[in-house]
Structures are given as C-alpha cells and as structure tokens.
Write a protein that binds this ligand. Structure first.
Ligand SMILES: [Zn+2]
Length: 287
C-alpha cells in the first residue's frame, strides 16, 4: 500500500488571519518599485510564511495523537536547556512526554520514538519529514498548489496603545506594527525523506486532531491568538491524488471527478485504517 503513496504530501490550510510576528517575509520591495505604501489596499504583495511556526503546530498535534494512543512523545526541548519557568520540564515528563532523545541510545543506529524519527533531534539527525515554508500570493491564478503555495493577502496592521487619560484625547502611547496574512487558502507541502506507514498514520491523525481543536488556544497557529488569529481549518489532502487532482481541489468551479471520489473511498476504507494500525503498533512497541 505504501508504494501507492508519494513521498510528497499536502495539507490544506485555510485561515482567516495568521500572525507570525515579524517573520513573514514579503516581496513588497521588489513588487512596489519604490512606491510602496503600507496601507494601500491595491498592494499585491506576496511572501513567505516560514516553516517554524507551522512545524511546531503540526508537531504539537502529532504529540497529542501519540498520547491519545497511550504513547509518550519526545519532548521538543533539551533536558538541560534553560527554560524560563522552573520545573516545567519535569512537569511535562509526567504529562505524556519523555525526555528528548531518551528513546534512542544512538540515533544513527536506532530511530527512537516516532516523534523523534519524524522531527529529529540532536545535531546531524534531521528527522524524516521535511517541512517547507508556504509561499503566498494574493493573485489566485499565480498560486501553484502543487509546489505548496497558497492564496493569501498580506497586510501590515497597526496596533496603538492609547492613553486612558481624558485630557490626552486617546493620544497613542505606543505603536506596534504587525505583519499579518489574511484569507489564506492553500497547500502546505511536506516531503518524507523516508516512508513508513506509521508516518502517514500519524500525519492523518495529527491533522484531524488539529482540525478538531482549532479554536483551542494551545492549537492555534502563530501569534495574536487572543484576537482570533491562527484558527486553522486543516485537512490532509488525499495522498492518492495525482497532481491534476490536487489542483482540482482548489478549483472553485469544479467538483470532484468520479476517479477522485473513488480514491476518497479507498483512502477512507482501506489505506488510512492500515496506516493508523501501523501507528498503533509502533506506539505499542514503546518509545
Ligand atoms: Zn522520543
């Protein structure tokens, strides 16, 4: 079954608003020809959402999925790191985590737990899933979904903290500029350096978990979560689809073909359960 799955898989990501601090890279300088104005609604700016917040978000969803099958997940931080909060690491170890890398004596010989296997850890061990950034563009026809791109509209938001003193007439005390991308709809491209059936099982379960918990503060993506940013509808796009079918998912004018419906049926009835069984077995074997 695994031979029917491409090493490149795609997660559909839809969100009204995403804020990832100052780490959205835009091409506004290039696009504006020197006439860029922050607040001009005509700006057609594309850019890149880096993989770091996406990766942490996915990893957290996968850790929860592992824990739901009574496994423990690799902690993302080194045990001897200087955490800002005392006792936080030990507390996590009692709440479904094991110490980072405790699951393998020699990562070159032994893959460790599934989270370590996917995300890697100590220097030189890259992990077997490569997480790419998402390139976004406001012009739908310019978006190449097969390259892990998205439609998205960049805006620079201004946040003012104003004086509460009546005499000051709401004079700003502080101003912060925030990069945001609105109305994102597109693909996140993940590539497996090595394929294992349990990897696909965990990806499917982790993405379902994140979709079901999208409004939980813990499982929103990026910053400004108190303001409703980062609530993500996500879905693993059927890995059995070929490129043409992947594109069709994003074509508002077209419905699924019969072949796509048949692949959906196969995915739900045969493939996915087999991959989730492999996940359960891997977790039952221990970290
Ligand atoms: Zn581990």
């Amino acid at each position: 079954m695994l031979e029917d799955i491409n090493r490149d898989v795609y997660v559909r990501i839809q969100t009204d608003l995403l804020v990832v601090g100052d780490s959205i890279m835009t091409d506004r300088h290039h696009a504006s020809n020197g006439n860029y104005e922050d607040d001009d609604p005509q700006n057609q700016i594309g850019g890149i959402i880096p993989a770091f917040p996406l990766s942490g978000w996915l990893r957290h969803g996968m850790e929860e999925a592992v824990q739901e099958y009574d496994g423990t997940a690799c902690h993302p931080g080194e045990a001897n790191a200087n955490f800002m909060k005392d006792g936080v690491y030990d507390r996590d170890l009692h709440a479904g985590y094991h110490e980072k890398g405790a699951c393998t004596d020699d990562p070159k010989e032994n893959d460790g737990c599934i989270v370590f296997d996917l995300f890697g850890g100590f220097g030189g061990i890259p992990g077997k899933v490569m997480r790419r950034p998402i390139k976004f563009n406001p012009v739908r026809s310019s978006v190449d979904y097969t390259r892990g791109q998205a439609e998205g509209h960049y805006r620079r938001l201004n946040r003012n903290v104003v004086s509460r003193n009546r005499d000051d007439n709401r004079e700003p005390l502080r101003n912060a500029e925030i990069d945001a991308v609105a109305n994102i709809d597109g693909c996140w491209h993940l590539s497996f350096r090595e394929m294992k059936p349990e990897f696909i099982g965990l990806l499917a379960e982790g993405i379902d978990f994140l979709d079901a918990h999208k409004t939980d503060f813990m499982h929103q993506l990026g910053g400004a979560r108190n303001f409703g940013a980062g609530i993500v509808d996500c879905e693993l796009i059927n890995p059995l689809y070929v490129e043409r079918e992947l594109k069709r998912v994003f074509d508002r004018g077209k419905e699924n073909t019969n072949a796509m419906d048949e692949k959906d049926r196969q995915w739900i009835k045969e493939y996915r359960p087999a991959f989730v069984d492999a996940l359960e077995e891997r977790i039952a074997e221990g970290p």
